[in-house]
Design a protein around this ligand. Structure first.
Ligand code: NDP
Ligand code: 8X3
Length: 252
């Protein structure tokens, strides 16, 4: 493969999908991952025509499925330059005493363990080549805790700590490890959090201008195109109306 390869989890929607589009425009070959196969097939049609493209369908919670999907990549698709650990969601918004174990399991299994399973398969090649870039999509929820955010914030604080740990451990191998931590981005995120309730989801983004997925993809594109000696180690990106997870200036 002549082009550099970017491996993106959660590419069926929102931030991951926008990253696939922006990195393809930047000249990367794309490996797009997610559970919704139709969307991964459709994504190819949204990329520049000459983009080398592979898609992998797996649930990041299923370790064996993650490993066998990545093992199934053709030989010339194995030198992954950029890993974007983006798959993740919030499930529910409840006081801790009312939280659902299923939601807790989903957030910890997807946002934390899923990120680890994917990384486990891809990091050894980077170590061997002494080269590579990892971007973990964290969150302001990994920097602060807000009411009812308990376990989602816990999962994103874990991502924050794991990112820092990766940076320490991979430092001798010249691998760049970066965290990009968005504030409120208008994607399918709230629709998932509120289990398909469109009114509740839409309400999150009312009265101010939230970020778009493309705003985050733009930062990702900037991050992966820096010179070899520059790492955007830890970046927080907020909508201008947002000062913290709990202070958002809304009109009206
Ligand atoms: P979306 O809901 O639009 O996208 C989530 C993506 O994650 C989808 O492509 C989905 O694919 C994938 N995904 C979810 N669960 C699994 C799973 N079990 N296995 C494999 N893939 C999975 O949300 P965003 O684009 O907003 O979220 C992307 C990342 O950004 C997440 O890590 C989120 O925590 C983070 N983030 C989002 C913010 C926001 O306000 N939107 C703010 C800060 C961080 P599929 O369902 O097809 O499997
Ligand atoms: C998503 C941002 O504030 O909904 O990580 O947790 S928030």
């Amino acid at each position: 493969m002549e082009k550099k390869i970017a491996f993106i989890t959660g590419a069926t929607s929102g931030i991951g999908k926008a990253c696939a589009q922006y990195l393809a425009e930047e000249g990367f070959a794309i490996i797009a991952c997610g559970r919704r196969k139709e969307r991964l097939i459709e994504l190819k049609t949204l990329l520049p025509e000459n983009t080398p493209y592979q898609y992998l369908v797996f649930d990041v919670r299923e370790k064996r499925a993650v490993y066998s999907a990545i093992d199934s990549l053709p030989e010339d698709w194995q030198k992954i330059e950029v890993l974007i650990n983006n798959a993740g969601n919030a499930h529910g918004l409840d006081f801790i005493q009312n939280g659902s174990e299923d939601d807790w399991d989903a957030m910890m299994d997807i946002n934390v363990k899923g990120l680890l399973y994917v990384s486990k398969k891809i990091i050894p090649g980077m170590v061997e080549r002494k080269h590579g870039q990892i971007i973990n999509i964290g969150s302001t929820a990994g920097k602060e805790v807000y009411p009812k955010g308990n376990v989602y914030c816990g999962s994103k604080h874990a991502v924050d700590a794991i990112t820092k740990g990766m940076r320490l451990d991979l430092n001798p191998y010249g691998i760049k490890v970066m965290a990009i931590n968005p504030g409120l981005v208008d994607t399918e995120f709230s629709l998932v959090r509120f289990k398909g309730d469109e009114d509740k989801a839409g309400n999150v983004y009312q009265g101010f201008t939230p970020l778009k997925a493309e705003d985050i993809a733009d930062v990702v594109r900037f991050a992966v195109t820096r010179p070899p000696h520059v790492v955007l180690a830890d970046v927080i990106v907020l909508p201008t109306a947002q000062a913290s997870t709990t202070q958002i200036h809304k009109e009206g």
